[in-house]
Design a protein around this ligand. Sequence first.
Ligand SMILES: C[S@@+](CC[C@H](N)C(=O)[O-])C[C@H]1O[C@@H](n2cnc3c(N)ncnc32)[C@H](O)[C@@H]1O
Ligand code: SF4
Length: 389
Amino acid sequence: MSAVLRDRRGVHFEVLPPLALYIHIPWCVRKCPYCDFNSHERSGALPESEYVASLFRDLEALLPSVWGRRVHSIFIGGGTPSLFSAPSIDALLAGVRARILVEPGAEITLEANPGTAEAERFRGYRDAGVNRVSLGVQSLEDAKLRALGRIHSADEARRAVQMALAAFDNVNIDLMYGLPGQSEAEARADIEAGVALGTPHLSAYQLTIEPNTVFYSTRPSLPEPDSCADMQRIVEETLERAGFEHYETSAFARQGRRSRHNLNYWEFGDYLGIGAGAHGKLSFADRVTRHEQMKQPREYLQGSATAQSKTVAARELPFEFMLNALRLVEGFPPALFAARTGLAPTALEPGLRQAEDKGLLERTADRIRPTARGRAFLNDLTELFLPQE
Ligand SMILES: C[S@@+](CC[C@H](N)C(=O)[O-])C[C@H]1O[C@@H](n2cnc3c(N)ncnc32)[C@H](O)[C@@H]1O
Ligand code: SF4
């Protein structure tokens, strides 16, 4: 079916996708030289209560778009949300619950930096309703942590993980590989040290050099691409041998511990985004929209609810869906595409055929999934679903 015909048929939902909530806290103790997230070095005390009030302002402005819907997961990300006190997180989650229905048993994650971890604070977060913590460990080698400009040592990271595991049974650690000057043996030792920490979830990212970061101008010497590919293989093999399921490009979980919030992104669910620079996606009976909040914390705090919202063109939805769903190692059931884009299943056909012909994707009656080659060349695979001019 041509793109034009697809547009004419348009988007139609009988049942809306599941809904999640992302809350952005935009401050850090120090900006890491590789980081291009909307995070800003803190100067002085943080305006915690003013910021929480602004988050409620955003949420209230979005409520008419989600009347009657329930939130099934919440992710408080950053930046460094663990800079906020437990009472502020408590006020935040209480205020969210007062404004929108949060499903009982919803997954509620808070991102923490090992440099800001305290046992008492973790217990306070738990009492506020947080039930999952994600710690940015990055590496367990001091020299690498210094090269990454991190504010914590490997021992501090270990202690932070122990504290988190004492308060929560659902804990993730973020690690990176392909670090400046890293050898394959060092990458292996790092991932083994990560496994030894005993968390049920682990995310392992290859370090990328992003524009507008310090590393973009200083260009640290990184391992060659072939070596990074070997490190990726070492990471995957080590984690699989340790009993983790590799379920998304960079995500590994013990059985039953996959991140429900992140799975919702990869399955192209809906999410509200509140906080400086946060973005969200919402479906309506006849369209899919995206919204984005003002980025700079100072302007954000001063402004009124200003989320910019736009409708996603129907012809762009197959690519947007695949950009997420093809990250899933096990792929997705064929019916998910229509359920999450509101388009006819045929809108995906031309891209699927090309991808199969190139050996990048395979289909069974109940699954559409990337092949090993497709996962290795994920950008090439995803591009096959770009709208045709
Ligand atoms: C939203 S960040 C925030 C985590 C938390 N602020 C921290 O750093 O402790 C989530 C994760 O993305 C990864 N990440 C950030 N920048 C990256 C980059 N340039 N390349 C690869 N991974 C990156 C890091 O592992 C980081 O922990
Ligand atoms: S602590 Fe995390 S969010 Fe903050 S600058 Fe470093 S990587 Fe970015």
